[in-house]
Design a protein around this ligand. Structure first.
Ligand SMILES: Cc1cc2nc3c(=O)[nH]c(=O)nc-3n(C[C@H](O)[C@H](O)[C@H](O)COP(=O)(O)OP(=O)(O)OC[C@H]3O[C@@H](n4cnc5c(N)ncnc54)[C@H](O)[C@@H]3O)c2cc1C
Length: 476
């Protein structure tokens, strides 16, 4: 008998699995595709307070998010990076005094912060290379944290497994039976699980899953808001990111990405379906035209290297403007028979607190220690102070360290086991990494490797995919 079965392997599902397993609960998580295969790998990749939410008076959310920024920086140092956002001042949109108050609040609301505080900047003088048009003279700079979103999910799943959780990917639920004290869950593998409680952490799917798999009608509604991103060849050389305020009061980000690209996003566009989100031409043009209003060198369609889109599962708060709908989370529990808790909304940034709050709710039904621990224990690979000799060629180490942290030493064992890394697949990818990912990181398909465990897929040569697939098959 399981204490807890969690449905959905996005950030919220794995966050709860990690926390619950660490408190000694028997946990199984069921994900129908790969870990982080939906919204949680399609984000802007910011662990942020969300400066614009201050304008919506969402002080609780911003405060919790800013505190979490510090915690996640500490528990995931290998996959996070402090960044500085430059906000060029557009006087017609917001007066300076309002921005200054906003930034003071942003520096102060989260309590003690280790990231540099905000400051006034001269756009022409304070940066080695200023990509902005000359009419933008002054601005402000503040800190946030950039994260590898898909790996944050994976590392939470891995830590949950290390603490005894069972994580089943590429597994579907075919039937559920609800009894007074437990659930029976039949899987497509033929197995049936029994569990005292279920957590429905299926993000955008939550209402439909509740309805179709559990025959429960939710009292809450979700608004599905698509956000799309462009990845273009690097627009400028500097390390700084930009937050651009548009005339429609929306904002978009320009963020240096993977040393050679600039990440541009995001849009806010209401959709009816969460299946296979794709950037529309309208969204693409909106992003290109908006950036071109600000930068000296114009970008166009042919600069785009890759695009991605995701659907935010936002709790309906009857706000007309998509960008103003709350990013906060809430729960719904149905306990007329064995209980099921459903998660609505949330952000990548707040997943750990959301998980703690979910466990608080579950303590009415399950027995476990009331201890908050997930903010103190570093995620797998995060002991980056460890340094010892590696056999992996020097030119590959930087990429691998940025992805795997101190797990690179385990990877090194695979490098040696496969006799100097095994077969070469592409300039950056060798057989030993594929085998490591299959054995250690729940990989089942080439896309799991190319787009979630690593980001090699952005410019991976199509003609090498067959080779990758055949090597992958050898190790599955
Ligand atoms: C464009 C965009 C930008 C964003 N940027 C940021 C940001 O910068 N910072 C931030 O903090 N937040 C950001 N967010 C929000 C954040 O990404 C989401 O809130 C978060 O990823 C949602 O996670 P989740 O676990 O609820 O959902 P998901 O990641 O979608 O996970 C749900 C999982 O459930 C699985 N599932 C569904 N049905 C079933 C079923 N029947 N059986 C088994 N499994 C099932 C799905 O396959 C999926 O893997 C952004 C969101 C978007 C869309």
């Amino acid at each position: 008998m399981q204490d807890l079965v969690i449905i959905g392997g996005g950030i919220n599902g794995v966050g709860i699995a990690r926390d619950a397993a660490g408190r000694g609960l028997k946990v199984t998580l069921i994900e129908k595709d790969d870990i982080a295969s939906k919204t949680s790998s399609w984000s802007t990749k910011l662990i942020h307070g969300g400066i614009r939410y201050l304008e919506n008076y969402e002080f609780r959310l911003v405060r919790e998010s800013l505190k979490e920024r510090e915690v996640i920086k500490k528990i995931a140092p290998h996959i996070t990076k402090p960044i500085r956002f430059v906000l060029p001042h557009v006087p017609s949109l917001r007066p300076s005094w309002l921005i200054r108050i906003g930034l003071l609040l942003y520096d102060w609301l989260g309590g003690v912060i280790t990231l540099p505080k905000s400051r006034f900047v001269s756009l022409q003088e304070d940066f080695k290379e200023n990509p902005l048009k000359d009419n933008f003279k002054i601005g402000y700079e503040y800190s946030d944290l950039f994260v590898d979103d898909a790996r944050l999910v994976l590392l939470n799943a891995e830590d949950a497994i290390n603490r005894g959780a069972n994580i089943l990917t590429n597994t579907s639920i075919v039937n559920t039976i609800r009894n007074k004290n437990d659930w029976e869950i039949s899987l497509n593998t033929g197995e049936t699980l029994k569990s005292k409680v279920i957590v429905n952490a299926t993000g955008p799917y939550a209402v439909d899953v509740l309805n179709s798999l559990f025959k429960i009608k939710s009292k809450k509604k979700l608004r599905l808001i698509q956000g799309s991103h462009l990845i273009v060849n690097k627009i400028y050389q500097g390390e700084q990111s930009y937050i651009l305020q548009l005339n429609d009061k929306r904002i978009i980000f320009l963020i240096p990405y993977l040393n050679k690209y600039t990440l541009i996003g995001t849009t806010d566009h209401e959709v009816d379906s969460y299946e296979n989100p794709k950037i529309t031409n309208e969204e693409k043009n909106y992003l290109i035209n908006s950036v071109n209003e600000f930068i000296k060198t114009k970008i166009c369609d042919k600069d785009i290297v890759w695009t991605y889109a995701g659907v935010r599962p936002l709790v309906e708060d009857f706000n007309e403007k998509a960008s103003k709908i709350t990013r906060d989370y809430t729960f719904e529990i149905n306990d007329t028979l064995a209980p099921i808790l459903t998660i609505f909304g949330g952000k990548l940034t707040t997943y750990r607190k959301l998980s703690e709050h979910a466990l608080d709710k579950l303590s009415n039904y399950l027995n476990f220690p009331n201890k908050s621990w997930t903010g103190k224990e570093i995620l797998p690979g995060g002991n980056i102070a460890i340094k010892s000799k590696l056999d992996i060629p020097e030119n590959m180490i930087a990429r691998l360290e940025n992805i795997y942290g101190d797990k690179i030493y385990k990877l090194n064992e695979y490098f040696l086991k496969l006799d100097n890394g095994g077969e070469k697949i592409s300039e950056d990818l060798y057989e030993y990494e594929v085998k490591y990912l299959v054995d250690e990181e729940l990989v089942k398909t080439a896309d799991d490797i190319l787009f979630r465990r690593t980001k090699l897929g952005i410019d991976f040569p199509t003609n090498l995919k067959e080779k990758l697939n055949s090597i992958l098959k050898r190790h599955l």
